[in-house]
Design a protein around this ligand. Structure first.
Ligand SMILES: Cc1ncc(COP(=O)(O)O)c(C=O)c1O
Length: 429
């Protein structure tokens, strides 16, 4: 066995290098070319590319398991196994039980359904707290409850670094608060919020906490037990899987709240919150995406037995790689004349951000900048990316929003240099 120190040294020695070449081999679409240039996929925040095994799993579903649920024949039984497999994979991914996982078409649809059911428990005058930093999918579903007399309060940000104004948030959570809806990480500027602390603040006032982890999921390991959140939603298409949505809920809430549903559908967990036939081929791909990440983890840390441990190892490695890239990206961006940077730029605070950055270049709208980059095979995004409150607060909504460059673990140092070079070229015009 050895001492803990000795075991630590052995674990360190077992940790292999993050193998970027292997990673990129897994993603066939990364070979795409545009105008004779290799494509640089810096559009991850809007949806990531998928590894070959995800495509194979979807195809295999159609070949072997394409049927509806609970039939008394082979393909239906295989389909049931596919669904159970995806639930088990996501339970490992989020660190919860399979009963606490429901699937849906995307995070937005799931959140509207949850909000509608949650609203059945609320009275006029009850309050929900949302934030200025959030994607509208974590704002509009809660605002829809204003129709029932619920009051929605919005916690502000600190404009200088695009972080949540925690004092304002603290002030807005009170005795009437029933729910605090917060993002884990900003899909626009990359800020990672102190979610565990916010959950504690909500619980201290007797409110529940809903976490939008869509943007965080490709960048960091999620642990719903450690966060102690009541609900958490994410979308597999942002973490190397197909277009789907996932809802985690504490069992007690999933059993107490009453979802709107058709009468013959199962009312027990885990099916209770799933309306209609699921995107079953997508669920086959969800398992494959989680298994891809686990395999990456095992390659980085061969001693990581079990899927959850392997996922932890994967995120340790991808986080390191992403941080190296974003450090160079931000350093290069700050040196470009006429460029305005939004969000945390101080390297000492990179623990508070992920590898998504937003900028504007003087004299060019974000759309013009994104088009210039797109013609060179560099895929970025322009606009508000539905983080509407933030774009308005930063005063950029009426002038085209921001340009977003999103780095994920399959991106390279060369791609970072390419985007920097192209932006320098445009800035010099
Ligand atoms: C932070 C964040 N939340 C929510 C959503 C909405 O997710 P979906 O497309 O699964 O509805 C997105 C999509 O971009 C997002 O980035």
């Amino acid at each position: 066995m050895g001492t803990p120190a000795r075991r630590g040294i052995e674990a360190q020695a077992q940790r292999a290098q993050f193998d970027l070449a292997w990673v990129r081999e897994q993603f066939p679409s990364l070979q795409l070319e545009v105008n004779g240039q290799p494509a640089a996929f810096l559009d991850g925040p809007a949806g990531t590319q998928v590894p070959r095994r995800v495509m194979d799993a979807v195809q295999d579903y159609f070949l072997r398991a394409n049927a509806n649920t609970c039939g008394a024949f082979a393909t239906s039984r295989r389909n049931d196994a596919v669904i159970a497999g995806a639930r088990a994979a996501i339970a490992d991914f989020l660190n919860c039980t399979e009963e606490e996982i429901s699937f849906g078409p995307n995070m937005t649809t799931i959140t509207f359904a949850l909000a509608r059911a949650f609203g059945r428990e609320l009275q006029p005058g009850d309050e929900i707290v949302v934030t200025t930093l959030d994607h509208d999918a974590n704002v509009a579903p809660w605002r829809a409850l204003e129709e029932r007399g619920v009051m929605v309060r919005q916690a502000d940000i600190r404009v200088e670094d695009c972080t949540l104004d925690m004092e304002d948030l603290r002030r807005k959570i009170g005795a009437r608060t029933k729910l605090v809806a917060v993002g884990y990480a900003s899909n626009a500027v990359g800020t990672i919020n102190p979610v565990a602390e916010i959950v504690r603040m909500a619980h201290a006032e007797g409110a529940l906490a809903f976490v939008d982890a869509v943007h965080y999921a490709p960048h960091g390991l999620i642990d719903v037990r450690a966060l102690d959140c009541d609900f958490l939603a994410c979308s597999p298409y942002k973490f190397f899987g197909p277009h789907m949505g996932v809802l985690y809920g504490k069992k007690e809430h999933l059993l107490r709240l009453r979802p709107y549903k058709v009468r013959p559908a199962p009312d027990a967990l885990p099916d209770r919150w799933e309306t209609g036939t699921q995107v079953q081929e997508g669920l086959a791909g969800v398992t494959a995406a989680v298994d891809y990440l686990a395999e990456l983890g095992r390659r980085c840390e061969p001693g990581a037995t079990g899927r959850r441990k392997a996922l932890k190892a994967a995120y340790q490695a991808t986080r390191e790689h992403e941080t190296t890239l974003v450090a160079r990206l931000i350093e290069g961006l700050l040196a470009i004349r006429g460029l305005t940077f939004y969000g945390i730029s101080d390297a000492r605070r990179f623990g508070e951000r992920c590898s998504t950055v937003a900028v504007r270049l003087a004299g060019h709208t974000p759309l013009e900048t994104a088009t210039f980059l797109g013609e060179r095979g560099i895929f970025t995004w322009d606009g508000n990316y539905y983080a509407l409150n933030l774009a308005e607060r930063l005063g950029v909504q009426k002038s085209g929003g921001l340009l977003r460059v999103g780095v994920v673990h399959y991106n390279t140092a060369e791609e970072v240099e390419r985007v920097l070079g192209a932006l320098q070229e445009l800035a010099a015009r």
